[in-house]
Design a protein around this ligand. Sequence first.
Ligand code: GRF
Length: 195
Amino acid sequence: KRVAILISGGGSNMMALVRAMEGDFPARPALVLSNDETAGGLQKAAALGIATAVVDHRPYGKDRAAFEAAIQQQLQSAEIDIVCLAGFMRILTDGFTRQWEGRMLNIHPSLLPEFKGLHTHERAIAAGVPTHGCTVHLVTAALDDGPILGQARVDVAADDTPETLAQKVLVQEHRLYPAVLRRFAEGDMRPVFLA
Ligand code: GRF
C-alpha cells in the first residue's frame, strides 16, 4: 500500500510512521505533503529520501475546493492508497473527505468523542479528567468524528500542565499511529487499544 502523510509542522507523527514502515510492513511512505513550506517535517522526510510536496493553502483564500483539488492532483500522481493526516491543521471539506472515505486516517490528541477540536490538553486539565490520550480515526465530513481505529491512554497527574500532558500524549501517539496503520493496511479493521 502507498501512503501519503499530510503534515503542517514538525512531523513527529510522520516520522514515527515512516520509521515503522522501514521494516516488514504492509505499507510504504510514498509522499509527505504539507500546506506550509516551512514545515520542519518536509526536511526530515526529504533527508530520508521520501518524496515531498507543498500545496500552500494561502493563494487559494476561501476556495477550499481548489486547494484540495491541488492536493488531490499530488495524491493521484503519487498513486496513493491511504492518506494519513498527522498534525495537518487544515479543515477538509465534505467533498474531499467523501472522496477519501474509508482510506483517510487522522490522529487526534484526545480520547474521542471527548474533546473534539483544538486545545485538547488544556480542556482535559480544566475538566479534571483522570485519564486522557489520543485517538486514530477514519476521517469523515464531521470534524474529529469518524469510526475509531485505535486509542492510547495516559494518566493525568495533579501537577500536569498542558505542555507536560501534551508530551505524554505525543509519546503515545507515536506508538498508536504505526500500530493502527499496520492493521489498517492489512485490511484488519479491529480497533487497537494500547494500555
Ligand atoms: C501534536 O499536537 C499532535 O498531538 C497532533 O498534531 C500536533 C503536531 O504533531 N496530532 P506532529 O509532531 O506534527 O506529528
